[in-house]
Design a protein around this ligand. Structure first.
Ligand code: NAD
Length: 261
């Protein structure tokens, strides 16, 4: 059976952990070749090793990248083209939520700049170099990870993170329109609160976890694999008429007023 991504070449950033890890594995399962890119080189190698052990050698390459550095992103895109012949899917997923990110009065400028550098500039660089490569191969699908916090406010502030994810939504929408006639689609993924290290390290007590869960209609944190299935749809040709969306995989949180409990 041909997979849903048969013949496609993908780059996944943040591939060492959480959403990026699960998406890398699922992409290969569905027939794609994947560059697993992450600042955490050991983690990226582990993802590639898991893929090799499950699906065979030569389908995934691990690479160290800091997405906030344009030359490094360009090198990753060049690597995909050199090793696998083209780029069809770019998943700009790496992101940070800094423990010192807080409200307007307490968040320090260095935390703001660090967050924007990775979460916003990193996505811009990923889009820019993917566009250049995709123009040569007739188009592609670009998915940028935003968050439900880009759609709704929270009384537990992480101002830089929230602002950065709002920027991802706005940037993705505009790119979708600018490049719509080039057969390059852009969509944002808006995950709800997930049981991945990023959020669990932040909500490090039961009390903090409960404070969030009361707002989630489904009453639980999401799993990274549930995001990966959403990304698979956006990456595949099944979503060929889907562009410019804020694609929510959020347990219903962004539709909720009063929740069941
Ligand atoms: P995670 O912490 O499990 O994985 C994030 C990965 O990004 C890590 O492997 C990390 O090494 C990598 N990374 C960080 N900075 C990097 C950089 N400068 N260059 C390259 N790689 C870098 O987190 P996750 O939950 O899988 O998050 C993935 C994305 O989903 C992020 O953009 C995050 O903001 C977003 N998101 C997460 C949640 C959640 O509840 N976990 C909710 C909404 C959105």
């Amino acid at each position: 059976m041909p997979g849903r991504l048969s013949g496609k070449v993908a780059i996944v950033t943040g591939a060492a952990s959480g959403i990026g890890l699960e998406t890398s594995v699922l992409f290969v399962k569905e027939g794609a070749k994947v560059i697993c890119a992450d600042l955490n080189e050991e983690g990226a190698k582990k993802t590639a090793a898991r893929i090799a052990a499950t699906y065979g050698e030569g389908l995934a390459i691990a690479v160290k990248v800091d997405v906030s550095k344009e030359d490094q992103i360009k090198n990753v895109v060049d690597l995909a083209v050199e090793k696998f012949g083209k780029l069809s899917i770019m998943f700009n997923n790496a992101g940070v939520m800094h423990p010192e990110d807080d409200n307007a009065l307490t968040t320090e400028e260095r935390i703001w700049d660090l967050t924007m550098g990775i979460n916003v500039k990193g996505v811009w660089y990923g889009c820019k170099h993917a566009i250049i490569a995709m123009r040569k191969s007739g188009g592609g699908s670009i998915i940028n990870t935003a968050s439900f916090v880009a759609l709704m406010g929270a009384a537990t502030p992480q101002l830089a993170y929230t602002a950065s994810k709002g920027a991802v939504l706005a940037m993705t929408r505009e790119l979708a329109i600018v490049h719509a006639r080039e057969n390059i689609r852009f969509n944002s993924l808006c995950p709800g609160p997930l049981r991945t290290p990023l959020l669990m390290d932040f909500l490090n007590t039961e009390e903090k976890k409960t404070r969030r869960l009361v707002h989630v209609p489904q009453g639980r944190f999401g799993e990274a694999i549930e995001q990966a299935y959403g990304v698979l749809f956006l990456a595949s040709d099944e979503s060929s008429y889907v562009t410019g969306t804020d694609f929510r995989v959020d347990g219903g949180i962004a539709s909720a007023y009063v929740t069941p409990e």
